[in-house]
Write a new protein. Structure first.
Length: 160
């Protein structure tokens, strides 16, 4: 049996502490996506109210077309921001399942456009690459043979 190495600061075994990182990154992606979807709904729902409230303002009485353009842009922004929010939720699920590291990282990058949780999620997902299925040192090479060396090492097959 191998010796369990504990972390100096937390007292937990270091391998347990590292296994939490994809889960934390996935949860942050999910939070970012859900908050972003709520924000998009507010953009879409509040556009007519803003248009109606500002219609009586003296600055907009002379130019009512501006308010309709503003409300349309507000609605379009809400719809367009749904894409990175949905992508963030999907990537959060991938990160929590520890599958498709590239998708999880890409969704973390997309969630930066939504709120601050995406920025923190990038760090956790990026640092936990070896925890994802098929990304760690036990992954296979192109021949299908198991590779036990670090993922950045170079493997050469010389003809015999």
């Amino acid at each position: 049996m191998g010796k369990i190495v504990t972390s100096y600061k937390s007292g937990y075994p270091s391998n347990i502490r590292n296994k939490r990182m994809p889960t934390i990154g996935g949860v942050l992606n999910l939070i970012s996506g859900v908050l972003g979807i709520i924000n998009c709904i507010l953009f879409f729902v509040l556009a007519p109210f803003i248009q109606r409230e500002f219609a009586a303002h003296p600055a907009f009485v002379a130019n009512p077309e501006f308010l309709s353009i503003f409300a349309t842009v507000f609605r379009i922004t809400g719809i367009v921001l749904l894409i990175p929010c949905a992508f963030s939720i999907i990537g959060g699920i991938f990160a929590m399942r520890r599958k498709h590291w590239g998708w999880a990282l890409a969704s973390s990058i997309c969630s930066v456009s939504v709120n601050i949780f995406g920025t923190i999620a990038i760090v956790f997902v990026f640092m936990s690459r070896t925890e994802f299925a098929g990304q760690g040192p036990e992954s296979t090479n192109s021949d299908g043979a198991g590779v036990t060396s670090p993922p950045n090492s170079v493997h050469c097959h010389l003809p015999s």
